[in-house]
Design a protein around this ligand. Sequence first.
Ligand code: NAD
Length: 298
Amino acid sequence: MNYKNVTVAGSGVLGSQIAFQTAFKGFNVSVYDINDEALDRARDRIGKLKPRYQEDLGASEEEVNSAYERISFHSDLAAAVADADLVIEAVPEVVQIKIDFYTKLGSVAPEKTIFATNSSTLLPSQFADATGRPEHFLALHFANEIWTNNTAEVMGHPGTSKEVFDDVIEFAKAIGMVALPVHKEQPGYILNSLLVPFLEAGQKLLLNGVADPETIDKTWMIATGAPKGPFAILDIVGVTTAYNIANGKGQAGMAESAKLAEMLKRDYIDKGKLGRETGEGFYKYPNPSYMEDDFLDS
Ligand code: NAD
């Protein structure tokens, strides 16, 4: 792997984190977004990561400042990728936006450039043709708050070259991630293939009146030694995301998911209980009961 120059396309929640983490580890980073307003927001978002790196990682002011200085900002795609070894795409999770982006990217990027998508729910094979270079394209999927939640799931499509896959694994390690090879295309990669059904199972116990959130979490925590149960995790993910998943399945004809979506909306979303970020979800914050010393005792 001899990547030096990395372009991050789309500088929202994840793109700005990927850009800063990559620069923090010494790479030259160029950020691409659609216009100057989006780039101003990116500068602001990335600037706000500096104190997080200082607090969470003990980084010095000089380290975070020089990381920021390694980042350039562009609204012209050709300029953003002019010398890119790798482009990491973090544009919105909308199929047509990604297809249009890859079609344009494929026509302006140098031949050497490898493309990686950070898509959470879509598969690289959906975009391989649009890139014009399917063998040089794969998925590199990060988790939110990348600097501490440092998983990088690397997943090719059937046409991805082995050399590119191995290089991207090396790159992920070089930017401080734990690289997790996924050997076959799988919607949801490893993490969400485990987490989504687990969270859904917990919510259905609640929906069907089997037990309350605290009892469900307590059962899981005592019996497995896990630090959190499904409802504590749901509060971190956000009730809105859980609702969107249930609602999507409901609209696809799954009756129990439709009922679950209705319950989440009525009992949580409409009451402003969206999870940890709003101070209340299934638990009340900042001191949720599952973190109390005696939660597991009785
Ligand atoms: P976001 O909405 O915060 O950011 C999207 C960015 O893309 C915005 O800055 C927007 O201006 C820009 N954009 C819009 N159209 C564009 C285009 N045509 N070309 C370039 N940029 C464009 O989204 P996000 O949450 O950062 O998600 C981005 C990708 O990362 C998605 O594929 C998502 O599935 C994935 N992802 C998100 C998370 C998460 O927790 N948010 C975690 C892992 C992966």
